[in-house]
Design a protein around this ligand. Structure first.
Ligand SMILES: [Zn+2]
Length: 269
């Protein structure tokens, strides 16, 4: 028998809580470590769609990247969206575990999964911790240089489709070989990627002014902006592989296939 606590121990060995940022909230949100688990759902966002998916599967544990309760709360009344999710999970006998910035920084972590999906050979973290091995983002190399427009197509093909799609900013035909990636909102590391002199930087939630000012400075690295959810979704397969390796004999691990990117309607104009 495998317990929730056993699964949590495997996840905390892979994504040590000590690697989380001080403002973050990681670990078990609800759930009894002593209870048995034979089905786990791995997802990016702990939201209505993924809780539905977990309960339909009969999962006793949801492993999510984003925290459900990042800021302090006084209660979890079922009349609020987040409290409602906590109630649904507990009533169904399911726990929720979140690995956020600890999963970003760990090696392998969120950005290794993104880099692997893009076919990059990782050479190290974008913003390394003191150990030089862990840290936010990754830098890697393509097997061969390719024009930026082809690289943008590569990114789109590698990630799950979203309504908002993939956008590039930079010279269409400039050759791309070295690439920095940062799963999730990565515009705060644009300066680091620029200082490293990589050819392209792939992340999510790039804002107008940082992107515009970057282009004015010469547009190197070229920028690729993807949906936040899509940039972190490859991590789910990494988690699933780690859990299958450790407890796969007793526990069925499913990666969520429900798109939880909030942007779902695009104008036809
Ligand atoms: Zn994120």
């Amino acid at each position: 028998m495998t317990t929730v606590g056993d699964v949590v121990a495997v996840l905390e060995a892979a994504y040590p809580p000590a690697l989380a940022e001080s403002w973050d909230a990681v670990g078990l949100v609800c759930g009894d470590p002593a209870e048995p688990v034979d089905r786990v759902l791995v997802c990016v966002d702990p939201v209505e769609a993924t809780v539905d998916e977990a309960l339909e599967l009969g999962a006793q544990l949801v492993v999510a990247h984003h925290p459900l309760l990042l800021r302090g709360v006084h209660g979890v009344p079922a009349s609020t969206p987040k409290g409602g999710l906590v109630h649904r999970l507990i009533r169904a006998g399911a726990g929720l575990f979140c690995a956020h910035t600890n999963a970003d920084a760990a090696a392998p972590g969120v950005s290794d999964a993104l880099a692997d999906a893009l076919g990059l050979t990782v050479t190290g973290p974008l913003n390394p911790n003191d150990d030089g091995r862990t840290g936010i983002g990754r830098v890697g190399e393509l097997p061969a240089p390719e024009p930026f427009h082809a690289f943008v197509e590569r990114v789109a093909a590698a990630l799950p489709a979203t309504a908002a799609g993939v956008r590039g900013a930079g010279e269409r035909d400039r050759l791309i070989r070295t690439v920095a990636v940062s799963g999730g909102a990565g515009d705060s590391y644009l300066g680091v990627a620029t200082a490293l002199g990589v050819d392209a930087y792939v992340t999510a939630d790039l804002r107008h002014h940082p992107a515009s000012e970057h282009l004015a400075l010469g547009a190197v690295p070229a920028l690729v902006d993807v949906a936040h959810w899509a940039s972190e979704w490859p991590w789910c397969e990494q988690v699933a592989a780690i859990l299958r390796g450790a407890v796969g004999g007793n526990v069925d691990i499913t990666v969520s296939i429900r798109t939880t990117d909030p942007w779902t309607v695009v104008s036809a104009r």
